[in-house]
Every structure is written in C-alpha cells, then in structure tokens.
Design a protein around this ligand. Structure first.
Ligand code: NAP
Length: 282
C-alpha cells in the first residue's frame, strides 16, 4: 500500500508555523496583509477565494477581499492594483485567475509590484525562479515540493516526469525539480510514446486536467505520484488526473484528490505573504 501524502496534514503544520511567525512580526509592530481580488462570479474562483480567506484567518494574516463586478474595466482594475501596490498594510496582492474574457491576465499581473506578487506570476519573479534566485515560489509547485519531501524520497538524481507545461504548474514544477538535481522530462499534448516516458519516472507529476488520465500501466512500481488535477469523473464527483484505484497499489507514495495538492497551494500562498511581510519590515 502506498504512503498517502496528505496535503491536509502537511498544510496544517505549515500554517501553524506561519501563525507563530505572523504573531512574532506583529509583536515587532508589523502587520502581515494579503489583498485578494476577485472579478466576476466564476463559482470555482469563489471557492478558491473563500479558502484563501479562511487560511488568512487561521494564520492571523490580515486579509482584504475586493469583489468586483464581471463588467469591471481594465482601467478600474489597474487603479485598484495601483492602490494596493501603494498600501503599506498590504504585503501580498493576489488577483484570482482566470479573469473575465475582456480583461488581459498578463496586463494586470505585470502591474502588480513584484515584491507583492505572492502568486509569483510576474515576469520578474518567473525569471528569478529560472535562475534559482527567488523570493517567492509559485504556490502549487512549491506545495508539491513539500509533499515530495514528505514522501522521504530524495529528488537528487531521480528520473522526474511532469505531464503538463502550463505557466502556473507544469513549467515551474519542472524547474523546481531541476533545482533539486532531478533529471526532468516535461511532457505535453505533442509528446510521443507518453506511456514509455512516464513508466520510467521515479517521481511522476500529473498536471493535465483530464480525469483519471494516468493509468496503472503508465506508472513505475515504487514511484512517487503527485496528482495536481481537479477534475470531475463521469458522475460529476471531484477526482484527479490519476486513476487512484489503479495507481495507489503500485506507488511508493501518492497524493489523494481532494486533500492532496489543493490545501498545499493555499498554505504556500500564506508562506509567500509572510515572506513578503518580513522583507517589507526590513
Ligand atoms: P492547463 O493549462 O490546461 O495545462 C494542461 C497541460 O496538459 C498542457 O501543457 C497540455 O499540453 C497537457 N496535456 C493535455 N492533454 C494531454 C495529453 N493527452 N497528453 C499529454 N499532455 C497533455 O492546466 P493547468 O492549469 O496546468 O492545470 C492542470 C490541472 O491541475 C487541472 O485539473 C487544474 O484544475 C489543476 N490545478 C490544480 C491546482 C491545485 O491547487 N490543486 C492548481 C492549479 C491547477 P499542451 O501544452 O500541449 O496543450
């Protein structure tokens, strides 16, 4: 039976540590603040934003929620970002993506001050991750690294395969595994012989967005399997990119969905906000 890498347990531990750090900053007169901006009524985004609000309460981080209507203009959103950039109470700014279609994600992200960009999506922060000299790590890949460490498997020298090359998960994930001396292969929809590649992975990360995409015959026995997917199965039930029933008996360690990568993403957002707060205190 595989070790279950519980994001719920690890994230609770991380949040406890952060709570102590936030209290220590407060003792020194520094409030730690996060502003979350939600534009429109996307139901999934509303749930993510609520989870972030709750995590702020748990860690003692001051949070400000800015809920804007669907028809908000680029000028209005940029004006809010400018105000938050200049606000000393705010250490981190998170604009929940995706934005409504008439707004350009990159225009908004590029206007967030890089030292307040706790999602690490600003090109300055993306570039810093590339060269390995960073302040913030993108939240989902950072959370995944914590779970890999929890598996007890050292990344150094291991065959690592990432399925997916998105800017928010796949690409930075590959980079973080490379920083820890993994031998990394990044797969995508044009990859040939996917099964042959995934079958040699000691560490396999699935960030595809297709329910139960990774089957048992794609996994090396004894692998660490990380499931990033947040998908729906044929009955509308939340599931991941990995066929858990097939893969769990083979794996050394595996993340569940829900309760795996998801809670870690939120915990890493809190960590980035505390990192920003410490920098701003200096
Ligand atoms: P995305 O932007 O849609 O990227 C999906 C990637 O999968 C793309 O690179 C795509 O290749 C690749 N792909 C699609 N079909 C494939 C196939 N048949 N074979 C190999 N590769 C294939 O998705 P994302 O934003 O990275 O998210 C991936 C999943 O993670 C989603 O289910 C999302 O909901 C979930 N997610 C979870 C969290 C969390 O906190 N738990 C955070 C972020 C995302 P191309 O580039 O060639 O199109």
């Amino acid at each position: 039976m595989a070790k279950i890498l519980s994001g719920k347990t690890v994230s609770a531990r991380v949040k406890e540590e952060l709570k102590a750090e936030v209290a220590e900053l407060q003792k020194n007169g520094k409030t730690t603040g996060l502003a979350v901006v939600l534009v429109g009524d996307d139901p999934a985004s509303k749930v993510y934003v609520r989870n972030k609000e709750k995590a702020c309460e748990e860690t003692g981080i001051y949070s400000e929620m800015h809920r804007l209507p669907e028809n908000t203009t680029e000028e209005e959103l940029l004006a809010l970002v400018d105000r938050l950039n200049a606000d000393d109470k705010i250490d981190g700014i998170l604009v929940q993506l995706p934005l409504p279609k008439h707004l350009d994600d990159s225009v908004i992200i590029n206007n967030i001050r890089p030292d307040k960009d706790v999602d690490a999506f600003h090109p300055v922060n993306v570039g810093k991750i590339m060269i390995g000299d960073y302040d913030f790590l993108p939240c989902t890949p950072a959370g995944i690294m914590e779970l890999i460490h929890e598996s007890g498997v050292d990344v150094d020298g291991k065959e690592c395969v990432v399925i997916g090359r998105s800017n928010i998960v796949g690409k930075p994930m590959s980079m973080l595994l490379l920083h820890e001396n993994g031998t990394v292969t990044t797969c995508h929809s044009h990859t040939k012989n996917l099964k042959k590649i995934t079958s040699r992975a000691d560490i396999l990360v699935a960030a595809v967005g297709i329910a139960k995409f990774v089957k048992g015959d794609m996994v090396k026995p004894g692998a660490v399997v990380i499931d990033v997917g947040m998908d729906r199965d044929e009955n509308g039930k939340l599931c991941g990119d990995v066929d858990f029933e097939e893969v769990e008996p083979l794996a050394h360690a595996i993340t569940p969905v829900p309760g795996g990568v998801g809670p870690m993403t939120v915990a890493m957002l809190m960590r980035n906000t505390v990192t920003a707060s410490k920098k701003h205190m200096k």
